[in-house]
Write a protein of this length. Structure first.
Length: 158
């Protein structure tokens, strides 16, 4: 479900869901084109990302893999489709991470999804709320996730 289709949720409803999975995104493909475009933006053209023939021959991955930072950057898209929208939110801000672990490489052509568990809701200031999510990016068909992280976001409320 796209966030724009989701009903708004009150801060009280979210506080009651601390410790629970609040959203799981749909599956999204990680294509070689996406990996190539990320390589161009970051100027990281290591063959494990950009040369399918060489990566198949010289790595244990069987082909190219996504950059870890590409996988991490997908959290914004995955969250948009999974995390409930806060009522009266004027703006959302990425506040950073307390922990990130890259667990399993994402192979070109694999599908991934985000799983978001709300760990904490903290009032930081008047009209400013911090959310902590335990997140994982799962790889379809894999027992281990691509990554796990503690993600902090801020919401400015009206």
């Amino acid at each position: 479900m796209n966030i724009h289709e989701q009903p708004s949720t009150s801060i009280e409803e979210l506080r009651a869901r601390v410790g629970q999975v609040v959203g799981v995104s749909p599956w999204h493909a990680v294509t070689q084109d996406m990996i190539d475009r990320f390589s161009d933006v970051t100027d990281d053209h290591q063959f494990i990302h950009s040369d399918p023939v060489r990566a198949k021959a010289e790595t244990p991955f069987g082909g190219t893999i996504a950059h870890g930072f590409l996988t991490l950057s997908l959290l914004s898209m995955l969250a948009r489709d999974a995390i409930p929208r806060l009522k009266d939110r004027a703006m959302g801000i990425n506040y950073g991470f307390d922990r990130i672990r890259f667990m399993t490489p994402v192979k070109s052509g694999a599908r991934v999804r985000g799983r978001f568990t709300l760990s904490e809701v903290v009032d930081r200031a008047e009209k400013l709320i911090m959310f902590r999510y335990a997140v994982s990016i799962e790889i379809e068909g894999s027992a281990k996730p691509a990554l796990t992280a503690d993600w902090l976001t801020l919401a400015v409320v009206e």
